[in-house]
Design a protein around this ligand. Structure first.
Ligand code: PLP
Length: 438
């Protein structure tokens, strides 16, 4: 795998910002966003390849002292071109479905060897496909799933390497919808029950108890919970070794959070390199002298800040005292504000000259009151036809799009230095209706 690593890693700056004004016009690296909108239409997702590589490199550097594989969480952004970019720089992948397995195969087949398969509801066909692909590790989330895995491995004559995804009962402060590490959540297996399950599993010649896995949630900003979870996992691994299991992998999951806050304050406060270094120190503390090969499953931290959603203002309207800015992007294009009350910074494509502002709700055209991007947001004045950018939308943006209200999905562009590549064309009316039968 070492020969596949990109020849020149990007220079490590503290916090390179792909989206910045140049001559008062917003650019993504070398590309002028107004020009991209004119050529490709809106709404439009734009990603910086340089930023994606940079974030991957931060993890590689921070974890260089120990054997590790970075298994990018495909669900954060599953565009084939982005998967290929990461795979060519040595990344593996964390998948949660047979569809994501297919994406990895298509993006970069050799990366199948570096796939870990998570998820509470794996189906027979998905397990079969992953066994045939000879993936690295199944992260098993229940005893029933383990039984199915053993049966399918036997049927296909393959030995399945597995880790139990244990639930460490650790609290991590984040939105309740993306917290997963407590007993009350559907994820994983109670860590206290794990040892007995490994013992039973080891009796099957079709199951290889190869690791232990944990994932406590997403958008976690403080690193202490990661250390606490790994301390518990490491002590379980010691028990498992005593029981005679050959544990080679410890999977620490993903979940490291980013700063979605206003730019002015974050530029000084948020230093991604420091954040990854702190995260690595926390994991190292939790692992102690544990020598197992470390698997990491970052999604958001790699891709969120590399991407943004470009949208055009359709209308500005007043209802009583409230002002609404209505954009051509809606909740079907970016659901995070509606689903998690997530904050996305919104900036105009033309750098404002004056200091005047407008307080408005930024909303989409979808027929739902939940279809908003921001409420009572202070913005520079905008008028119909202006372009605005929703920042930090690279993760859980495009991958959570839908066709709700029969709206075609947006196009996606990848900026590679001075080169702009269409990595997904805008959906057409034909695409929209294709699966239907009249
Ligand atoms: C969603 C998920 C991840 C990625 O989480 P991020 O917060 O995007 O880093 C990693 N592992 C598992 C099992 C997940 O479900």
């Amino acid at each position: 795998m070492s020969k596949k690593i990109a020849p020149t890693p990007p220079p490590i700056e503290a916090n390179p910002r792909p989206f910045a004004y140049r001559n008062r016009l917003l650019h993504c690296d070398g590309a002028d966003l107004a020009a991209l909108a004119a050529e490709h239409g809106t709404p439009l997702y734009v990603y910086s390849a340089r930023q994606i590589s940079h974030r991957l490199q931060l993890f590689k550097d921070a974890f260089a002292p120990r054997p590790h594989t970075i298994c990018y969480a495909v669900k954060a952004n599953s565009s084939l071109a982005i998967l290929r970019l990461l795979a060519k720089q040595g990344a593996g992948f964390d998948i949660v479905s047979g569809g994501e397995l297919e994406r990895v195969r298509k993006a970069h087949k050799p990366a199948l060897k570096k796939v870990v398969f998570s998820g509470v509801g794996k189906q027979t066909w998905e397990i079969d496909a992953a066994l045939e692909a000879d993936i690295l590790l199944f992260n098993v989330e229940s005893e029933a799933e383990l039984h199915l895995l053993a049966a399918r491995a036997e049927a296909l004559g393959k030995v399945a390497r597995f880790a139990l995804r244990v639930n460490p009962d650790v609290f991590a402060e984040t939105h309740p919808y993306i917290s997963t590490g407590l007993n009350e959540h559907k994820f994983g297996i109670d860590i206290k029950a794990a040892r007995a399950i490994y013992r039973k599993a080891a009796k099957s010649r079709w199951l290889d108890p190869a690791g232990v896995s944990v994932h406590i949630g997403s958008q976690i900003r403080k690193v202490d919970p990661f250390a606490a979870a790994l301390t518990r996992v490491t002590s379980l691994i010691a028990d498992l070794r005593r029981d005679g299991h050959n544990i080679r992998y410890v999977d620490a999951g993903g979940g490291l959070g980013i700063d979605y806050g206003p730019r002015a304050s974050t530029s000084a406060a948020f230093d991604p390199a420091k954040q990854v270094a702190k995260y690595a120190a926390a994991l190292t503390k939790g692992l102690g002298t544990e020598p197992a090969h470390l698997l990491l499953e970052p999604g958001r931290f790699i891709i969120a800040q590399a991407g943004a959603l470009l949208t055009r203002v359709l209308y500005v309207k007043k209802n009583g005292t409230k002002t609404f800015v209505i954009t051509d992007a809606g909740m079907n294009d970016l659901i995070r504000p509606a689903l998690y009350h997530a904050h996305h910074e919104i900036i105009p494509i033309k750098q404002p000259a004056g200091k005047s502002t407008l307080t408005a709700d930024i909303v989409g055209p979808v027929c739902e009151s939940g279809d908003f991007f921001a409420r009572d947001r202070i913005l520079p004045p905008v008028k119909p036809n202006d372009l605005i950018l929703l920042l930090d939308a690279g993760a859980y943006g495009m991958s959570q799009t839908s066709n709700y209200n029969s709206r075609p999905r947006p196009a996606e562009l990848l900026i590679e230095g001075d080169i702009t590549r269409i990595i997904r064309r805008r959906e057409t009316m034909r695409d929209l209706l294709a699966p239907e039968i009249l």
